[in-house]
Design a protein around this ligand. Structure first.
Ligand SMILES: *Cc1c(COP(=O)(O)O)cnc(C)c1O
Length: 463
């Protein structure tokens, strides 16, 4: 059996000039998962990328999604988890559809919006939650704290609902979430408790940070479900392999278009390619936060701060957190602040990746045009993805097999879809019973003393 894969930090080669102490070691998947990020604030990277044989991929052709998840998961995790335990995890995590909808010819839309909170973040959060439960110390409990301004909190909260050995506390700013978001957060239930704070999102985030640093709370095993956790990247490799197996002829190449914000989703595709999936081009369209397409074109990287507020609001990112991983894979180094310490091989990136910025105006026009031509309903994120694919096809010429990702359900953006198409997208089943749900938040005034007192009273560190 191959040795287990170990994880190193993207900051390992930085010196004192960067103001950090570089972490030169390597950790297991379990440690990377429970730590979230490396001690030097870098991102964990696998020191070896496992390969999938073409026969293994093609054998998935008519198999359920869980088989693809097991194949990809096992290739990374063997030596750290038993295959049966992993099978139970993926079967519990993925109990919903992954539609591949033909749009025109062999150009498909992959709808990743059928999970419980109707965005693709369900794929990563649900598997990560179950992996954390599996890998926690026996007899101990993990307590996850999340500050949210809306959507991430419900995806993470929902993913951890009912997961043994883990409790989740979600803090949100009382006056900054919509009525529908508040309902979603307050009513998750079981081991997930919402806390409504009199203050802003930043106040919620400060409370969480102080709690992590508070020695009096050390016994509570507080942790985060951070979006840069490698445990959230691994599940995002799976759907590329799944789509390819379903749609491709043996040996055929495929193009994926991935609407991108923090680049975690697109990174899943980059890893899938490096595992052996024949990806001709990874298309990574952004909204008007165009720091990455500009970098590819000019070689100069300048983060955008503050980020630009666009329609596709989950992609309003002025310095993508997973850019550090892309740079690392192409031989470069960029730090958390956006400073480039070593340039990646930009020619190689340009050969494999195509990125373009899509304006809000083009996003709206794309929603309209795709509906008129194909009767397919997109929401703003998926429209950025489709427009990016069209831009690549215009430049490259036609290409037989293409898949563009729809990352959220159109019913999550009813005002936009109504304004552009004049139709009310039907709610997905997972959101239909929202009005009938019950649950109350804990209301706090926002001082740290009150918050830490609440945590001490309501959480425990042992089973
Ligand atoms: C988070 C999100 C994205 C962006 O994904 P990244 O992995 O951050 O690039 C795109 N669409 C939706 C709906 C999202 O929630």
């Amino acid at each position: 059996m191959a040795d287990s894969i170990l994880y190193y930090s993207t900051n390992r080669d930085l010196g004192e000039a960067a103001g950090i102490v570089p972490f030169k070691g390597k950790v297991s998947f379990r440690e990377a998962l429970l730590l979230g990020q490396a001690p030097d604030e870098g991102l964990f990277m696998p020191d070896r990328i496992p390969s999938l044989r073409p026969e293994e991929i093609l054998a998935l052709k008519n198999r359920p999604y869980t088989e693809a998840a097991l194949l990809v998961g096992w290739s990374f995790l063997q030596g750290e988890i038993g295959k049966d335990a992993l099978r139970r995890i993926v079967e519990d995590a993925y109990d919903y559809d992954v539609p591949l909808e033909p749009v025109t010819g062999r150009k498909f839309l992959m709808r990743l919006d059928r999970g419980p909170t109707a965005s693709f973040k369900d794929f990563a959060a649900r598997m990560m939650a179950r992996l954390m439960s599996h890998f926690r110390d026996t007899g101990s409990r993990l307590n996850i704290l999340v500050a949210t301004s809306g959507d991430t909190g419900s995806a993470v909260g929902d993913a951890y609902r009912g997961v043994p050995g883990i409790a989740v506390t979600i803090l949100y700013p009382r006056d900054e979430v919509s009525g529908r978001q508040k309902k979603q957060l307050d009513t998750i239930g079981q081991n997930v408790q919402a806390v409504s704070v009199e203050g802003k999102f930043d106040d919620c985030q400060d409370l969480v940070k102080q709690a992590f640093a508070d020695p009096e709370l050390a016994g509570l095993n507080l942790t985060s479900a951070n979006s840069i956790n490698f445990g959230r990247i691994l599940p995002q490799i799976v759907y590329y392999v799944y789509a390819y197996a379903r749609l491709a002829e043996p040996g055929e190449e495929i193009v994926f278009s991935v609407p991108s914000g923090n680049f975690g989703d697109a990174l899943g595709c980059e890893y899938a390619r490096r595992m052996g999936l024949p990806v001709r081009t990874l298309v990574m369209p952004t909204n008007e936060n165009d720091e990455f397409p500009r970098f590819l074109e000019t070689g100069l990287y300048a983060k955008i701060s503050p980020s630009r507020a666009c329609l596709s609001n989950a992609m309003n990112v002025g310095h993508p957190s997973n850019l550090a991983r892309f740079f690392d894979l192409y031989g470069g180094t960029v730090d958390r602040g956006g400073r480039v310490w070593k340039r990646p091989d930009r020619e190689e990136m340009q050969r494999r990746i195509f990125s373009v910025s899509v304006s809000d105006e083009e996003t709206r026009r794309t929603i309209r045009r795709v509906y008129d031509a194909y009767k397919v309903v997109l929401e703003p994120h998926g429209a950025v993805g489709w427009k990016g694919l069209e831009a690549w096809l215009t430049r490259h010429g036609d290409f037989p097999l293409c898949v563009s990702l729809e990352t959220a359900h159109p019913a999550k953006f009813p005002e936009e879809v109504q304004a552009i198409l004049g139709i009310d997208p039907e709610l997905p089943p997972s959101m239909r019973d929202l009005d009938g749900r019950t649950g109350e938040p804990r209301e706090l005034a926002g001082t740290y003393k009150e918050f830490s007192g609440y945590l001490k009273k309501s959480l425990r560190g042992k089973d």
